[in-house]
Design a protein around this ligand. Structure first.
Ligand SMILES: Nc1ncnc2c1ncn2[C@@H]1O[C@H](COP(=O)(O)OP(=O)(O)OP(=O)(O)O)[C@@H](O)[C@H]1O
Ligand SMILES: [Mg+2]
Length: 350
């Protein structure tokens, strides 16, 4: 097995009530996404609030119905399995949430929280408790088994949540903003813990985060989402150095500390306007309404998914529709466009 998760052309909708009669119409918030997570690999999912990251997480765990597509978890096609048939495969993918305060049952002790997911396994109670104790020790929490969640700090609670997620020996852990609620030094400790667990256990992560500096530290590959679509994908370092999508460039330009003082990211691209209304994306490229580089073709034609020479893929007309720009020209194009916009508007950023 090389891939622990394969998602192919998956779309997800929520029911929406509209009209006088309250008729339900689907609101498609994830459109045709495809990606894989390899064994021992960390794949980050980044994008603005509302772009569909958590929806993808819940859909691949079959916690939400999907409209179309295919989900393969640890070599098993789980797309259409009944909830009953799914049960033995569920253990292969576990979730760790953002909020370590609300995700743990306050009435259970640390060891009970970690032992609980093992109850369906063919293990005696003693074996389960021993395993839970080892798991707590592996996340740096030895000797505190009998304490309740309120007795722990935020970082310690997140360690408990990670130990619980590891209990059924999953192939994949989906971390949905696992460190955003923590202070900086605790964030660093949790990231180091996740990284060392990856190395010692070979577990894979789908790592959802707003924070590109965290993503750069932990992720092998990155998926960039915009308005329900994946618009760029590639090895983290390459995407950070030479993004192919202007949206990625804008995300990177907002955090110069992450990309260093390289001049091409030094100028900030400030995106104007909001994400498109969910379920009603603009025609053509979804990003054209906010793209500083939009051309006519972007308003009418959906850009094709294209793989570039440096191993980064994405969908953007700048590289494919009559433009001779090429991926490495994007940042130069950005610089030139910004320089001319600065002249036109007398501004220092766009
Ligand atoms: N249960 C629901 N019913 C209807 N719409 C929903 C539901 N859950 C999410 N949505 C909508 O789906 C879209 C994607 O939401 P999602 O939570 O996946 O975004 P996200 O990228 O995880 O954002 P954030 O970074 O804020 O966590 C949003 O427009 C959201 O309002
Ligand atoms: Mg979310």
């Amino acid at each position: 097995m090389t891939q622990v998760l394969e998602v192919s052309e998956m779309s997800v909708s929520f029911p929406r009530r509209s009209g006088l009669l309250g008729k339900s119409q689907p609101l498609r918030v994830v459109e045709n996404v495809s990606f894989e997570v390899g064994k021992g690999e960390v794949v980050a999912l980044v994008g603005e609030s509302g772009s569909g990251k958590s929806t993808i997480a819940r859909a691949v765990l079959r916690l939400l119905p999907i409209d179309n597509g295919r989900i393969t978890l640890a070599d098993v096609d789980i797309t259409t399995l009944s909830q009953r048939a799914l049960r033995p495969h569920r253990r292969n993918a576990q979730l760790v949430f953002q909020d370590p305060y609300s995700s743990l049952d306050p009435s259970m002790t640390a060891i009970e929280i970690v032992e609980e997911p093992l109850r369906g396994f063919a293990m005696s109670r003693e074996e389960r408790l021993r395993s839970a104790q080892e798991l707590l020790a592996s996340v740096g929490l030895a000797g505190v088994e009998g304490r309740y969640p309120y007795e722990f700090s935020g970082g310690q609670r997140q360690r408990i949540a990670i130990a619980r997620a590891l209990a059924p020996r999953p192939a994949l852990i989906i971390c949905d903003e696992p460190v955003s609620a923590l202070d900086l030094s605790t964030q660093n400790q949790i990231i180091s813990l996740l990284d060392s667990l990856r190395q010692s256990l070979g577990v894979s992560y789908l790592f959802i985060s707003h924070d590109l500096s965290v993503v750069r530290r932990i992720a092998d590959r990155v998926l960039v989402m915009y308005a329900g679509e994946i618009v760029e994908e590639g090895p983290t370092e390459r995407v950070f150095r030479d993004p192919v999508h202007p949206y990625t460039l804008a995300l990177l330009s907002a955090v110069p500390a992450v990309v260093g003082d390289r001049s091409k990211h030094a100028k900030r691209i400030v995106l104007e306007g909001d994400l498109p209304v969910p379920g009603a994306p603009p025609p053509g490229c979804r990003f054209h309404t906010r793209c500083p580089f939009a051309m006519d073709v972007c308003r009418s034609e959906v850009p094709a998914w294209t793989e570039f020479d440096h191993g980064v893929s994405g969908r953007c007309h700048l590289h494919t529709s009559g433009s001779t720009l090429g991926f490495s020209g994007l940042t130069q194009f950005a610089e030139d466009a910004m320089a001319s916009t600065d002249r036109d508007r007398g501004q220092t950023s766009i």
